[in-house]
Design a protein around this ligand. Structure first.
Ligand SMILES: Nc1nc2c(ncn2[C@@H]2O[C@H](COP(=O)(O)OP(=O)(O)OP(=O)(O)O)[C@@H](O)[C@H]2O)c(=O)[nH]1
Ligand SMILES: [Mg+2]
Length: 491
């Protein structure tokens, strides 16, 4: 008997939806570009600047379709997905360009559609009508991708992993209180809502402490414990891993049974819907990482970032996850890993930042047995908040960067007011990235690590031309990123 439409499983329905997405794509070609990264990596700033530069004829010499004059019109259009909040481009640009403040943190998924009319570069395609491409840019937290490995785990495996990680390095001290609480609780005893809540809150506090720690540890799953959104307080978020979970089936009504059931609920009401409804529909992806911050904090932070990046990149190799491969009608064929905020360094160090990022990515993909096909690496600044200059000191010319430090930034004894400009010598990255990947106890923090001077600058003043039209936001290598991510779709 042929399957009726109503007997379609969810997964089949999605495969069907992606097919229809594709069929409509033939009439009005669209490309879904995912923009992700751990919190504060620079997603909102990246999308705002990319769109601003496209709409305002920014300097994009490395973006071929614009350079060669083939793009005739670019505009924003209503984004097509009714259930996803729109990326509030106008608000973010108002902050960046008019008020010269960085946009607020965003914390959930959002989407924006930008449409380009272009002339094809090939004579053959030009014979048919002029081309049009809509790019749906989807901004979502990288923390959500870290949840994918949970789908292959049961509650015990999840617990064992979490407890093992909590036992080492910097995490051990941050986890003390949570593990202390666990030790006082009998998992085989009767389930109790208040106990579940205390455990889950204590575990979430530990996760947050890891995240905000000076040593900049990256995030651990479950991703929604840090960014709960509308699920805050729901049973699917009120659980926690426990030490020494038994192998046996839990007693009905026990705390362990409750925890196990909620862990399964988290997977089915939080993790799976995200991958099914959002991730499975992406064509291209950029992953932003704050490699500079990790480098500045030393090898432990760099190696922690490497671990998080492996988990993120593993999502782009669906073969290893049967749930995900069953969903992906179309595949993400290009992934760009970009180190952001390169404007904190003098341009001589940009290639070095890129080399460190490349090494990080190579190690991350090696760790998960992936090949590098379709993955590229860049160092960029979505918004260039600094300019370069040289100063003469003791007869030497020193390369410096200049800009307006944010109010409250301190350099030496001076505290800045957000108006005064200054020049700093940012320091150089080492020639070779290897230093950051040595065993941690073989690195001498004092003598081996580069002495970087990272100051948070305000966004730059964006000048207006004589006609009073705002020029576009200055950037570093944003055009290269565009070329890689969608240049070929405008050929
Ligand atoms: N100098 C400089 N700073 C940047 C750049 N991009 C981001 N930043 C800084 O990084 C911060 C975070 O950037 P966002 O774009 O808000 O990061 P996000 O990934 O959207 O963060 P969440 O929404 O919190 O997940 C900004 O407030 C800026 O201080 C850049 O290109 N140059
Ligand atoms: Mg954001």
């Amino acid at each position: 008997m042929p399957p009726s439409l109503t007997s379609f499983t969810d997964d089949a329905r999605i495969a069907f939806d992606t097919l229809t997405d594709r069929a409509t794509g033939l009439v009005n070609p669209t490309l879904r570009l995912g923009v992700t990264g751990l919190s504060r990596a620079g997603k909102t700033v990246f999308i705002s600047s990319l769109v601003h530069n496209l709409l305002n004829a920014g300097r994009l010499p490395l973006f071929e379709p614009v350079r060669s004059g083939r793009v005739s019109a670019i505009r924003l259009e209503p984004q097509p997905d009714d259930a996803i909040p729109r990326f509030q481009y106008e608000d973010h640009i108002q902050a960046l360009v008019r008020e010269r403040i960085w946009p607020d943190s965003t914390r959930a998924i959002s989407e924006l559609r930008i449409t380009l009319d272009y002339q094809s570069a090939s004579g053959w395609n030009r014979m048919f009508s002029p081309g049009r491409l809509s790019i749906d840019i989807v901004d979502y937290p990288g923390e959500w991708l870290l949840d994918l490995p949970l789908l292959a785990q049961d509650y015990k495996t999840f617990s064992d992993n979490a407890v093992t990680l909590a036992g080492g390095g910097v995490r051990a001290e941050l986890a003390r209180e949570w593990l202390g609480l666990c030790a006082s609780i009998d998992m085989e005893g009767p389930a109790d809502e208040m106990t579940a809540r205390r455990l889950s809150e204590s575990f979430a506090t530990y996760l947050k402490a890891c995240k905000s720690d000076e040593r900049s540890l990256s995030t651990l799953p479950p991703g929604r414990f840090l960014l709960p959104g509308e699920l805050d307080g729901s049973p699917a978020l009120t659980f926690a891993p426990m030490p020494n979970v038994a192998e046996t089936r839990p007693e009905k009504g026990s705390l362990r049974a409750m925890m196990e059931r909620r862990f399964e609920a988290y997977k089915s009401v939080v993790v799976k819907p995200f991958f099914r409804e959002h991730f499975a529909r992406l064509d291209r992806q950029i992953v932003l990482i704050d490699a500079l911050q990790a480098v500045n904090r030393g090898p432990e932070a760099v190696q922690d970032l490497e671990r998080a990046l492996s988990d993120v990149l593993a999502c782009f190799r669906p073969g290893t996850n049967s749930f995900l491969s069953s969903l992906l009608g179309r595949r993400i064929d290009k992934v760009l890993v970009a180190a952001t905020k390169a404007d904190h360094l003098h341009h001589e160090s940009h290639d070095r930042l890129q080399a460190i990022t490349r090494r990080l990515v190579d190690r991350a993909i090696h760790r998960i047995g992936m090949t590098g096909a379709g993955i590229d690496v860049m160092a960029l600044a979505s918004v260039r908040a600094t300019r370069e200059a040289t100063v003469r000191e003791d007869g030497h010319l020193l390369p410096v960067i200049t800009g307006t430090p944010m109010a409250g930034e301190r350099i030496g004894d001076e505290i800045f007011d957000g108006i005064k400009k200054t020049a700093i010598f940012p320091g150089d990255l080492p020639d070779s990235p290897e230093l950051f990947f040595r065993e941690i106890d073989k690195v001498d923090e004092k003598t081996d690590l580069p002495d970087l001077n990272i100051v948070r600058f305000r966004p730059p003043a964006v000048e207006e031309n004589t006609g009073g039209i705002a020029l576009s936001v200055p950037h570093i290598r944003l055009d290269r990123a565009m070329q890689f991510l969608f240049g070929d779709r405008l050929a």
